[in-house]
Design a protein around this ligand. Structure first.
Ligand SMILES: Nc1ncnc2c1ncn2[C@@H]1O[C@H](COP(=O)(O)OP(=O)(O)OP(=O)(O)O)[C@@H](O)[C@H]1O
Ligand SMILES: [Mg+2]
Length: 293
């Protein structure tokens, strides 16, 4: 049992342990759970989470995908997926996720706050209790994949959330190609190791820009850093997503990019990543079956 649980006084501790049990039962109905992490903020983690989830939905899993926006203090998945301001339903069994494109189920603190300006201020053991209550009350139902957009960085908050979520398949690390970002990828790998969590692979976002007018390619944040660090750390490289102004425009409008830009290079990159992730999960399953025989 984690030290966070031990920190709580007895009656609160019992309630907390009960919540963790409920969370575990709910999570067991989800076949695969993948957390999206980054060593630092602003590299496109939320954008990648939403579009990757959508790419999976398009790849034969419509209505069987969920996104948990676990960025408790800065939730922005509802905005990116076009569910900003959505009212969610709740009942005796818990709260029901909002439904986005392709029937994707989305849950975010953003749905529970009275306004965009309301900050979430939870401190100390109460904070853990509030987070575990939030997570354990979500009624996901049966899903093939749940993607978890963690808070930026590798600090206490993402760590605590990951400790609460049981039986994850692993993490996908999002980075940009610059050297500074490569250094923080190592932190994300250490973070995963600390949690005993496999690294499914690295995605290089904001990987080059092709001018839509002249077709000239420009490597704004350099190029190939993601692949290089993946090789150095012996971690699978899942793919590169270029900078496309339409990605940013789509997120701001709440029209998920993948839905509207089927033939764009970024869209094709997302679809390739889906295949790689699926292959990796299949291999892991075969390996664990072999080990248990
Ligand atoms: N490949 C891309 N091309 C163009 N714009 C992008 C791309 N990836 C992300 N963006 C834009 O970059 C900004 C930051 O992206 P996003 O919010 O997904 O980052 P984040 O890593 O989740 O940030 P935070 O650390 O604050 O959670 C957004 O405006 C998003 O639309
Ligand atoms: Mg984010």
């Amino acid at each position: 049992m984690s030290s966070k649980v031990q920190e709580l006084a007895d009656p609160r501790r019992q309630a907390y342990v009960g919540e963790l049990g409920k969370l575990s039962v709910r999570m067991n109905k989800i076949k695969h759970k993948i957390a999206v992490v980054s060593g630092k903020g602003g590299v496109g983690k939320s954008t990648v989470t939403v579009n990757l989830a959508m790419a999976f939905a398009k790849h034969g899993h419509a209505e069987r995908i969920g996104i948990l926006d676990a960025d408790i203090t800065g939730p922005c998945v509802p905005k990116i997926i076009g569910l900003h301001g959505q009212q969610i339903q709740s009942g005796p069994v818990g709260v029901f996720p909002a439904i986005g494109p392709f029937g994707i189920k989305v849950m975010s603190m953003g749905f529970l706050l009275p306004s965009d300006e309301t900050p979430v201020i939870w401190r100390g053991p109460l904070r853990m209790k509030a987070i575990s209550q939030f997570l354990s009350n979500i009624v996901w139902g049966e899903l093939d994949f749940l993607f978890i957009d963690l808070p930026p960085g590798t600090g206490d908050e993402p760590l605590s959330i990951m400790q609460l979520l049981p039986e994850m398949d692993g993490v996908v690390i999002v980075t940009i190609p610059s050297e500074v970002s490569q250094i923080v990828v190592k932190k994300a790998v250490t973070f995963s190791k600390k949690l005993n969590m496999p690294v499914i692979g690295i995605i290089e976002n904001m990987s080059g820009f092709i001018c839509p007018k002249c077709g000239l390619g420009i490597n704004i944040f350099k190029a190939g850093g993601g692949r290089r660090i993946a090789k150095e750390l012996r971690i699978p490289f899942l793919g590169s997503i270029p900078i496309e102004s339409k990605i940013c425009e789509a997120s701001d409008k709440g029209v998920p990019f993948i839905v509207e830009n089927v033939n764009s290079p970024a869209n094709k990159a997302f679809m390739k990543i889906v295949k790689k992730v699926k292959r990796s999960l299949k291999t892991k399953k075969a390996q664990s079956q072999e080990e248990s025989e």
